[in-house]
Each structure stands twice: as structure tokens, then as C-alpha cells.
Design a protein around this ligand. Structure first.
Ligand code: NDP
Length: 260
């Protein structure tokens, strides 16, 4: 198995892409800390992993708060020992509104969850990874970091900044044996975030949700949304030794929609 003996923290793992990543890493032998705010969801995912013969523990925590990030890292260490893999996946889309209608408070909330949490958690696990001379951090960004869509200024800014953080951490960590990469998923239509986004876009634009879904799919070369499992397969590759020479990179898993 690709990840036997390793311990992974996956944030936002209660549903959607994070759930698929947690399950994929567990299938390859990693013990997984499944964390998000909704306790029932994280427990369910940890239960699914255990039932399938894997190792997982669950913790309800809000990554917008430094003390809760510490709780996540401490709980993972208490359950499984050291941490080898951190997947910063927790995220919200935030308001689907033009910039001038977004409040500073809404802006700060998106930044805290999508960007600051990746910094907070990384700074907690990097010393241990450096001491070991090995480790992996994977940040889940978005094609919104690279494209120009309307009505997502805090989201796009947070996801673009996450790519900057990815490169800086990769530069600092590379000679300590630690790799840091990012994935930019395209539209993963099945998740709660995507459902909320479709609703928000429909109310802003006046188009119906089916038309919006179709437009999103047609914006990719493949003409279809991505699945959470397709994002998870890329995540598994990047945190495994199969990607041993890859660091500071962003992998677009988007059916062909952005090209840099
Ligand atoms: P979901 O809404 O299905 O899942 C988001 C996860 O993040 C949930 O488990 C949620 O749980 C958790 N989360 C949100 N806020 C916090 C918080 N403050 N603290 C801890 N956990 C939190 O969305 P997706 O699976 O679609 O999104 C996962 C990631 O993928 C996000 O970073 C998103 O930006 C990115 N992405 C998604 C795309 C898509 O099309 N779906 C496209 C590109 C990128 P809870 O609310 O219980 O805390």
C-alpha cells in the first residue's frame, strides 16, 4: 500500500471532496484524522473508513480558529502518533455577490477558512515533518484561482493566495524532505458547495440552475463536471512517493478548463 504507516489530517472531510480524499488515503493504508465542524458528518466518514478495514478518528473543529487547529493536530498525534500528511481542504465559497456588496466581515470569514487555516495548520505540523525529514502538505485550491469569474472576489483571492502559500512553503520545506503541492479542481457538481453556488448564481443571473450546470460543464474540454473521486485520485498521487520529485506545483484536475 502506498501510505502504510503514515498518518494524515484531512480538513473538511465530513463530505464532498474531503470525504473522498480521506477514504482514498485510508484505502492506501494511512490512518486518517477526519475533521470538519459538523460532528455527525465527520463521525460518519470515520465510521465508513473503519468499516472498510481502515484506521480513522473524527474530530469536530472549526479551522478558522487557531486554538481549534491546535486541537486537531494534538488529537491526531494522540490517536496515531506523528503526522506525515496534511490536506488543507476545508473551504467555503462565501457570498455570490459583486465585490461592492460583500462586507469586510464576509471577506474575512472566507480568508480565515480557505487561506489562514492552511497557514495555521502548516505551521503546526512542519517542525515535526522537518525533524523527520519527510512529509507532505496538499492544499485544495480551485480553478477560480486562475480564471476570471464574476461574484466570487473573496473566494478567488483566497484560492489564488493559497497557491502563493503553496510555493513559499515548498521552497522552505524542500531541503527538509517535505513536499508541498496544490490541486485546482474544476466544477465538482455533486458537493454541497456546488449546490449552494448554483443557487447563488441562479439568483444573481436570473438563469435556472440546470442552465448554469450546463454552462459550467461546457466550460471544460471534456464537457462534464469532475467527481470527488477524480480529485481524490490526484490527491493520493501527490501525497504518495509516486510524486517524489513534485513540489511547489499545482495540478489542475478540471477536465481541461485552465491551462497554466
Ligand atoms: P463541501 O461543502 O461539500 O465540503 C466542504 C467541507 O469543508 C465540509 O466538510 C465542511 O464541513 C468543511 N468546512 C467548511 N468550513 C469549515 C470550517 N470553518 N472549519 C472546518 N471545516 C470546514 O465542499 P466541496 O467538497 O466542494 O469543497 C472542498 C474543497 O474543494 C473546498 O476547499 C473548495 O473550495 C474546493 N473546491 C471545490 C470545487 C467544487 O466544484 N465543488 C471546485 C474547486 C475547489 P462543515 O461545514 O461541517 O465544517
Amino acid at each position: 500500500m502506498l501510505l502504510s504507516g503514515q498518518v494524515a489530517i484531512v480538513t473538511g472531510a465530513g463530505r464532498g471532496i474531503g470525504r473522498a480524499i480521506a477514504r482514498a488515503l485510508a484505502t492506501e493504508g494511512a490512518a486518517v484524522m477526519v475533521t470538519a465542524r459538523t460532528e455527525s458528518e465527520v463521525r460518519l466518514v470515520a465510521g465508513e473508513i473503519s468499516k472498510a478495514g481502515g484506521r480513522a478518528t473524527a474530530l469536530a473543529a472549526d479551522v478558522a480558529h487557531e486554538a481549534e487547529c491546535e486541537k486537531i493536530v494534538n488529537a491526531a498525534r494522540a490517536a496515531f502518533g506523528g503526522i506525515h500528511i496534511l490536506v488543507n481542504n476545508a473551504g467555503i465559497y462565501g457570498p455570490v455577490q459583486p465585490a461592492e456588496q460583500i462586507t469586510p466581515r464576509e471577506w474575512d470569514q472566507v480568508m480565515a477558512i480557505n487561506l489562514r487555516s492552511a497557514f495555521l495548520l502548516s505551521r503546526l505540523v512542519l517542525p515535526e515533518m522537518y525533524a523527520r525529514g519527510a512529509g507532505n502538505i496538499l492544499n485544495i485550491s480551485s480553478t477560480a484561482a486562475k480564471a476570471a469569474y464574476q461574484w466570487n472576489s473573496p473566494y478567488a483571492a483566497s484560492k489564488a493566495a493559497l497557491l502563493g502559500l503553496t510555493r513559499t512553503l515548498a521552497a522552505e520545506a524542500a531541503r527538509h524532505g517535505v513536499r508541498v503541492n496544490a490541486i485546482c479542481p474544476g466544477p465538482v457538481a455533486e458537493t454541497k458547495m456546488s449546490e449552494e453556488l448554483r443557487r447563488g448564481l441562479a439568483s444573481q443571473s436570473g438563469a435556472d440552475e440546470a442552465t448554469i450546470s450546463q454552462q459550467m460543464s461546457l466550460g471544460t474540454l471534456q464537457g462534464r463536471p469532475q467527481t470527488a473521486e477524480e480529485i481524490a485520485a490526484a490527491a493520493l498521487f501527490l501525497v504518495s512517493s509516486r510524486a517524489s520529485a513534485i513540489t511547489g506545483q499545482t495540478l489542475n484536475v478540471d477536465g481541461g478548463s485552465v491551462f497554466y
